[in-house]
Design a protein around this ligand. Structure first.
Ligand SMILES: [Ca+2]
Length: 309
């Protein structure tokens, strides 16, 4: 167990690169030791085999989900395929979706897609914290929330990909700043623990993985969603022509690190009702689906691209 001193002691030195503001991050940290202490205490109190999953995200049908209908035969063209042929077939099926544009995508996400209770509130995927009174991107911002790009903008989520809801999530801005553009992975050496608002016994962590790479680890209840979002993004954009994706070059530098945990995170946090409903809702909005939510077994059938290289 990492001590609080070691955690907070690292905070002023933790390397933050990319898209967030270090000053804003540092200015918020004065309030975090108490939160971190509570998180650690909670982790110690509830740690044990009985709490491997958290009911953190309620299964309530969203408004958008009610409009979605999954077409029969959506995956018919890849039924017998495996490996690269399956990847290419899936890329064709999910390609050329309707681009909502970044502003509309964010507004829809905060106002509808992630308002799972129908009470104008959204939950941070990295801490479980709720923001209330959220009806748009602007009102989310005013409550300290913003949009997480699971595949970072700086690693190629630009243009159409920047507004693709299959990898966008509601998140509190502090956590988003700490995740920055770090790849996802299993933390072995903790640099920082985020608050465990849901008392799942797991907190998001920034730290080093077993290879010494700086990575960000989410609670169990979101890591399957992360893995399936990243695999979707890889299929949708890594093979797409640049003209279709838009923006600058796409790099796999994060994905090469994330291959180490994709399959494990996919297995540890299986698809649940919430995730299915979110997939349905996005299909209703932008007209394509995440195949790995609909068919978790496709991960094994694709094989090598989703395994460590
Ligand atoms: Ca999940």
């Amino acid at each position: 167990m990492t001590t609080i001193g070691a955690t907070s002691g690292q905070s002023s030195q933790a390397p933050l690169t990319g898209e967030r503001q270090p000053n804003a991050y540092r200015s918020t940290m004065s309030r975090w030791p108490l939160v971190l202490a509570a998180a650690l205490l909670t982790a110690c109190q509830v740690a044990g085999p009985a709490l491997t999953h958290s009911p953190a995200r309620p299964a309530v049908q969203t408004q958008a989900a009610k409009r979605a209908v999954v077409p029969a035969g959506y995956y018919a063209s890849v039924e017998s395929l495996t490996g690269d042929r399956l990847l290419k077939g899936l890329a064709t099926i999910i390609g050329k979706h309707k681009d909502l544009g970044y502003d509309k995508a964010r507004d829809v996400m905060f106002a509808d897609l992630d308002d799972t209770t129908g009470k104008d509130q959204v939950q941070s995927v990295y801490t479980g914290a709720w923001a209330t009174g959220v009806t748009s991107s602007l009102t989310a911002y005013n409550k300290g929330f913003n949009t997480e790009h699971t595949w970072p903008q700086s690693k190629g989520a630009e243009g159409v990909a920047k507004a693709d809801l299959h990898h966008l999530y509601s998140v509190d801005a502090k956590s988003n700043g700490i995740r920055s553009n770090n790849p996802f992975g299993n933390v072995v050496t903790v640099l920082m623990l985020l608050p465990d608002v849901t008392h799942s016994g797991q907190a998001s962590k920034l730290g080093k993985d077993a290879n010494g790479t700086q990575v960000f680890e989410t609670p169990d209840w979101h890591r399957g969603d992360v893995a399936r979002s990243l695999m979707y993004f890889f299929v949708r954009y890594a093979t797409a022509p640049k003209e279709e994706r838009g923006g600058g070059p796409l790099t796999l530098v994060n994905f090469e690190v994330e291959r180490r945990i994709l399959k494990a995170w996919h297995d540890q946090d299986p698809v649940d009702a919430n995730e299915r409903q979110r997939n349905d809702a996005i299909y209703g909005l932008q007209g394509n689906r995440n195949p790995f939510v609909d068919h978790p077994e496709y991960v094994d059938r694709v094989g090598s691209p989703f395994l460590p290289h």
